[in-house]
Design a protein around this ligand. Structure first.
Ligand SMILES: *Cc1c(COP(=O)(O)O)cnc(C)c1O
Length: 380
């Protein structure tokens, strides 16, 4: 059997070793040091943002975002339903109440129509959310023009979950800076990696300072250990940040490669009947973290199983959170009454191998196999 073709794996640049060596030889190996500071500066520069705070994970950064926006137990928070569970788990950490918002067909991201109905209903009930977590699914930015106008009308801040969309652009602005606060992930399968980590992006120095305080055990500035609120151990290590510095050198190349991979899939497969790729909003360029598509005439689960058999790893689209037992009884607003867009996408979609280190030969194997499967041929 041929080598496995994987969905998305770490893709090192060769620049990482230098920064890791610096960390080791200077004994800056913990959650403080020149790599952390330089990584934050370079990341903020890349995003054209004022500041970044490097964290131990993207999930930790979402948690810090909620905390710094003042979300407390019993508060309400809206979140995209069509996403990975980590987008919403921090709402639970705090003991706040989630409301899940469906996707729209145009971007597969938060439906402005559904958000409008949810905000109107919450205002009536006196349960307006403290924050709205908007996810850029598979690297495509959401419709921030419409979402931001709605959020502003009700004076609710947006947290942009840009875990998958580092390097994406919307109306000339980088993903991560499209809400009040932004979050990136540097998990091993994301656009770039730090071996595991995340970042909080903000233009507000007070928010950054408060997030840093909470991320470092909330130690009050005294000569001894004095604590007034619960803190967390959420900082990125100087070794991990060294990997991140090396990865930032090639981020634009990584985005370009993933977009090329998407375009090759789309060019060679979109003419097949019933095949639809995730759309890109006008005035935006997604990171194309994962190439995602839906099939009208095939069961995606059978296609995924057949590809697995020949060593090609694919993945289902995220199962919407409102379909998860974990979020049973949580309010959900569909795109339109009776039209649940995210569940329909989940039932018909799949993600193809999309890593920036996927070779042209490997991609052609995926395309050829998929073509044969979609034409009904047996594949072995
Ligand atoms: C990966 C991911 C996260 C979590 O990031 P970690 O660094 O793994 O904690 C959050 N939201 C989305 C949409 C993700 O894809």
């Amino acid at each position: 059997m041929q080598a496995k073709i994987l969905l998305s794996t770490p893709h090192l640049s060769g620049f990482e070793q230098h920064y890791i060596d610096q960390a080791l030889t200077s004994n800056w190996v913990t959650t403080l040091g020149p790599n952390v500071t330089a990584f934050e500066k370079a990341l903020a520069q890349y995003d054209d943002a004022t500041s970044a705070l490097a964290t131990s994970s993207g999930t930790a950064a979402i948690h810090l975002a909620l905390l710094t926006l003042g979300v407390r137990p019993g508060d309400h928070v809206f979140c995209s339903s069509f996403t990975f569970v980590a987008s919403a788990n921090p709402i639970r950490y705090i003991g706040a109440h989630a409301t899940l918002i469906d996707a729209e067909p145009d971007s597969w991201n938060m439906s402005p129509q559904a958000l409008a109905r949810a905000l109107a209903a919450a205002e009536k009930e006196g349960t307006l959310p403290k924050a709205i977590i908007v996810v850029d699914l598979f690297g495509q930015t959401a419709n921030y023009h419409a979402l931001t106008a709605l959020a502003a009308a009700y004076q609710v801040p947006i947290i942009e979950d840009a875990a998958e969309s580092l390097g994406a652009v919307y109306c000339g602005r980088k993903a991560g800076t499209l809400g009040t606060l932004g979050v990136h992930s540097f998990n091993g399968n994301k656009m770039i990696t730090t071996s595991g980590g995340g970042a909080l992006i903000t233009d507000n120095p007070d928010i950054r300072e408060q997030a840093l305080f909470l991320a470092t055990q909330a130690k009050e500035p005294r000569a001894y250990y004095h604590h007034e609120v619960t803190g967390y151990n959420y900082r990125m290590s100087n070794v991990a940040a060294g990997i991140g510095r090396g990865q930032l050198h090639v981020l634009d190349q990584r985005v370009e490669r993933r977009r090329t991979i998407f375009n090759t899939y789309a060019t060679q497969l979109q003419a097949l009947p019933g095949v639809h790729f995730q759309p890109e909003l006008p005035n935006s360029q997604g990171s194309r973290w994962l190439t995602a598509l839906t099939l009208d005439h095939h069961d995606p689960w059978q296609i995924m199983a057949a590809l697995q058999k020949v060593g090609i790893e694919t993945r289902a689209l995220w199962q919407p959170l409102h379909q998860q037992p974990l979020f049973r009884n949580v309010p959900f607003y569909p795109h339109a009454p009776g039209q649940d867009v995210s569940t329909a996408l989940f039932k018909t979609g799949l993600c193809l191998p999309s890593g920036s280190n996927l070779t042209d030969v490997q991609q052609q194997m995926v395309i050829n196999t998929l073509r044969r499967l979609l034409k009904g041929d047996e594949v072995r």
